[in-house]
Design a protein around this ligand. Structure first.
Ligand code: FAD
Length: 163
């Protein structure tokens, strides 16, 4: 695998809202930032977000497009690639990407998280229609005065004392 000879100040792993925001700020501070993204942002699943400042409603896909455009306009390098191995090599980090190894003195990990979904038939469709939501901060306002059901597991919050 070939080594990327470009000199980066920072490589960002993950092109969701966190990574793209970091890319914009680094570029605005004239840092040469490479962002690599595997394209699985949870934000793609947002039917319409109502809690983002400056937008009364915006889809997750629309938000990601704007964030990506803004990062690129500021000078960040954005690449659709998956990072698989990270190694410290002296003062630098070597990061294995899909077809090359990129090197930088700093790596920012913004890889998000993966939901543990309840096993319910039609869950994806219900998410897309904003019937099932995951976050009181994002969604409680839209559910004001509506009848709701809450799915969760108390075992995570209040583990039973071991006998
Ligand atoms: C159904 C649903 C509705 C939601 N609604 C709202 C809402 O209305 N308002 C709101 O504020 N939030 C909402 N959220 C939450 C929001 O989507 C997340 O908070 C946000 O996406 C987190 O951003 P992030 O950048 O941390 O991670 P993510 O958006 O998950 O991005 C992480 C990125 O890292 C990439 N990645 C991971 N590993 C690698 C690797 N090895 N190499 C390269 N790339 C990698 C992934 O492919 C992904 O693109 C919702 C989430 C869901 C699931």
């Amino acid at each position: 695998m070939s080594r990327d000879t470009d000199a980066y100040d920072c490589i960002i792993i993950g092109g969701g809202p966190a990574g793209l925001t970091a890319a914009t700020y680094l570029a605005r501070f004239h840092r040469r930032a490479l962002l690599v993204d595997a394209g699985q942002s949870r934000a793609q699943l947002i039917p319409r977000a109502h809690n983002h400042p400056a937008f009364s409603a915006i889809s997750g896909v629309g938000l990601l497009e704007r964030l990506r455009m803004q990062a690129i306009e500021c000078g960040a390098l954005v690449s659709n690639e998956t990072a698989s191995d990270l190694e410290k090599c002296g003062a630098e980090f070597a990061l294995k990407l899909t077809e090359r190894i990129a090197v930088a003195p700093a790596v920012l990990i913004a890889t998000g998280l993966t939901d543990v979904r309840p096993k319910i038939a039609g869950l994806r469709e219900a998410e897309a229609k904003a019937i099932v939501r995951y976050c009181p901060v994002c969604d409680a306002f839209e559910a004001t005065d509506k009848r709701i059901a809450v799915i969760g597991t108390l075992a995570d919050v209040c583990p039973r004392p071991s006998s």
